[in-house]
Write a protein that binds this ligand. Structure first.
Ligand SMILES: CC(C)(COP(=O)(O)OP(=O)(O)OC[C@H]1O[C@@H](n2cnc3c(N)ncnc32)[C@H](O)[C@@H]1OP(=O)(O)O)[C@@H](O)C(=O)NCCC(=O)NCCS
Length: 170
């Protein structure tokens, strides 16, 4: 396997990250929900008060595909807070391009997220996975993650934009 560097993303990576966000959403069969732009990623990740942090996996230029990028995967996370355990990390996305899967890159990304979480005094890092994505669930379980839906019965809720507008009109 080519040497892979896991590093913090820079603003200049946002084009590659945007492309991979779309690829992941397509894999998840939810591409129509991607509304974000490269500009928003730049503003929200690299301004004074970043809303997220991102790691990218980079391969050496000589290992890339013709016309391909050296950035072949990413993990996007942010800090959250638990009233039970304090500081937490939430891993919003993890993705490795198909050609580069099964070579340890995803493992390196979640290892780095765990390192950051521990360095920052977090007690947990959490993530969500679609119920049909067995391979991703196996990947997390094999690395020690607990399925909270099975273990504790948690379900995921979301207020969409229209629901929020309705809420403030009430
Ligand atoms: C899940 C994912 C990030 C793992 O990255 P990776 O670089 O393939 O991970 P690694 O090489 O470190 O580990 C591969 C492990 O995942 C398994 N795996 C899961 N999906 C795989 C795939 N599509 N191709 C190859 N291996 C896969 C392998 O069997 C291997 O198992 P192991 O636990 O016995 O080692 C990557 O497969 C991916 O991007 N999948 C599609 C997107 C996705 O599901 N993202 C998670 C959304 S919640």
């Amino acid at each position: 396997m080519a040497a892979v560097l896991i590093r913090e993303a820079t603003e200049g990576d946002c084009g590659d990250i945007m492309k991979m966000i779309r690829e992941l959403a397509e894999f998840e069969k939810l591409l129509d929900q991607v509304k974000i732009s490269e500009g928003a990623l730049k503003t929200d990740g690299f301004g004074e008060n970043p809303f997220y942090h991102c790691l990218v996996a980079e391969i050496p230029p000589e290992s890339r595909e013709p016309q391909g990028s050296t950035v072949v995967g990413y993990g996007l996370y942010y800090f959250t807070y638990s009233t039970w355990t304090g500081r937490n990390v939430y891993l919003e996305d993890i993705y490795v391009m198909p050609k580069y899967r099964g070579q340890g890159i995803g493992s390196k990304i979640i290892k780095k997220v765990a390192e950051v979480a521990l360095e920052k005094g977090c007690s947990q890092f959490r993530l969500a996975v679609l119920d049909w994505n067995e391979s991703a669930m196996d990947f997390y379980k094999a690395r020690g993650a607990k399925d909270l839906t099975v273990a504790e019965g948690w379900r995921f809720f979301r207020f969409d934009n229209e629901a929020m507008r309705e809420l403030v009109r009430m």
